[in-house]
Design a protein around this ligand. Structure first.
Ligand SMILES: Cc1cc2nc3c(=O)[nH]c(=O)nc-3n(C[C@H](O)[C@H](O)[C@H](O)COP(=O)(O)OP(=O)(O)OC[C@H]3O[C@@H](n4cnc5c(N)ncnc54)[C@H](O)[C@@H]3O)c2cc1C
Length: 428
């Protein structure tokens, strides 16, 4: 069986960027990417009409690293015959629907290397005879349609599975309690009457909560919407000019070389640049909805401040959410037709399908992996294959780790740092 140069787990933007960087590296590399989805789609549950990207189109899969690349958003527009129209829009921010189409177009150029409906279920070191010398990895892939399994071998595994929906403790997802990433599907399945006076409870105050709010308000004009937030107010994302320099290409080097306590302080101080802020333009639109609700005295909109969701109980017809009052008052109970958890994403470690490799992988005290500057998990010298992570290293590599901004650079660093048994590229 041949040993691939690169095997990728997932084929979202992070690994599409790796495929592009590999193709543009000038060295022919054998690659296979596996994704459990049936075809390319990014955040399908939040693909609402009109929702915009939060980054400039120039932060596509490649332009910052190689402005002449054929995989750029501008080349996509050219091929779609919309370049002049896009210029006329005078916007740096395409809609999510359009950027999704761009990603689909880029993914389609690697048809020969991508396997859809294929989930990576385990990764084993080879040889696995108890010795510590490992030359490559054997990756087991399950066909999500048939359940059949096969194995492939690789010297470099690039793991980019995206974030896992975060569910608060005490909360039980069910037919009326779902993570925001499932919003479109659940609404289409269970909330088909757009004139009904449903009561939706959105939990969270970030960008996703804001997008869901606007979508519900437009699609269900008679609905009541209660938004519960832990703080006093929803806040604007900070993408002002100087703060945005946190996403400059040289930042991972700078960030990585700082002391852990300093990095932690920085991540907290500028969290509005990444995790907790809402697009500046959306805040007046949301405020106007609340204002109109007061003018018309319809009482359909409510914001519960300083409220933390601690439990949900579903019955056939309703769901009851229990909120802790963060000001110290008594708990509040809220009945609604659905609780939408806009509560974010995690990158949990250890990664379950790496269980057979665990003894070789180095960890930090909090069980996260020790991730080297080149995004490979730290191992002993006798473990020669490389396991790269994308999205897991915000703590050490900084703000752009879970965002699109620096994907082209991260991808190129990974490709350059791969282990190549023949030329010893990447060997120490
Ligand atoms: C709603 C939303 C909007 C966002 N908007 C922006 C934005 O505007 N700007 C920005 O900078 N960032 C944004 N982000 C953050 C980030 O850029 C995106 O999440 C981005 O899609 C991450 O790309 P990815 O390839 O790492 O992960 P994903 O896009 O999540 O892709 C991961 C893929 O891995 C597959 N997979 C997972 N596990 C396995 C397995 N075991 N086997 C096989 N396949 C597997 C999944 O099916 C999926 O297709 C947004 C995030 C969200 C959730």
């Amino acid at each position: 069986m041949d040993v691939y140069d690169i095997v990728g787990v997932g084929f979202g933007p992070s690994n599409i960027a790796v495929a592009i960087a590999a193709e543009e590296s000038g060295t022919p590399l054998s690659m296979a990417f596996f994704d459990r989805r049936e075809k390319f789609s990014r955040h399908a549950g939040l693909m609402f009409d009109g929702a915009e990207m939060q980054v400039s189109f120039l932060k596509d899969l490649v332009t910052q690293r190689n402005p002449r690349s054929r995989f750029s958003f501008l080349n996509y527009l050219t091929e779609r015959g919309r370049l002049a129209d896009f210029i006329n829009l005078r916007s740096f921010y395409p809609t999510r629907v359009e950027f999704n189409d761009y990603y689909t177009w880029a993914a389609g150029q690697f048809e020969n290397s991508v396997h859809w409906s294929s989930e990576i279920v385990s990764v084993a070191p080879v040889p696995d005879d108890g010795a510590d010398d490992v030359e490559y990895l054997e990756v087991t892939v399950e066909d999500t349609a048939t359940g059949s399994r096969r194995t492939v071998r690789t010297r470099n595994l690039v793991i980019a599975p995206g974030g896992s929906p975060r569910v608060p403790e005490g909360v039980h997802p069910g037919s009326r309690v779902f993570h925001a990433s499932q919003t479109a599907d659940r609404l289409a399945r269970d909330f088909t009457d757009h004139e009904a006076p449903y009561h939706f409870n959105i939990v969270g105050g970030g960008q996703t909560a804001a997008d869901v709010f606007i979508h519900l308000r437009r699609s269900y004009p008679q609905a009541r919407i209660t938004t519960s937030i832990r703080g006093f107010a929803i806040q604007a994302e900070d993408d002002t000019h100087f703060v945005n320099e946190l996403f400059s290409p040289e930042m991972p080097d700078w960030f990585h070389s700082r002391e852990p306590e300093f990095r932690e302080r920085l991540l907290k101080r500028y969290s509005l640049a990444v995790h907790t802020g809402v697009s500046y333009d959306l805040i007046p639109a949301i405020y106007r909805e609340y204002y109109e609700d007061k003018v018309t005295n319809s009482g359909r909109l409510r914001m519960m401040r300083f409220s933390e969701l601690v439990a949900t109980h579903e019955s056939d017809l309703r769901v009851r959410a229990t909120y802790r009052d963060l000001e110290g008052g008594p708990d509040t109970e809220l009945d609604s037709d659905a609780v939408v958890l806009a509560t974010g994403y995690d990158y949990p470690t250890p990664v379950p399908f790496l269980a057979s490799c665990e003894k070789f992988l180095h960890h930090e005290e909090d069980s996260s992996y020790t991730v080297r500057r080149d995004y490979a998990i730290e191992t002993g010298p006798a473990f020669r294959p490389r396991i790269f992570l994308q999205g897991f290293a915000e703590k050490t590599h900084g703000f752009s780790e879970v965002l699109l901004s620096l994907m082209p650079f991260r991808a190129a660093e990974i490709v350059a740092s791969r282990y190549d048994a023949a030329t010893l590229v990447g060997a120490e």
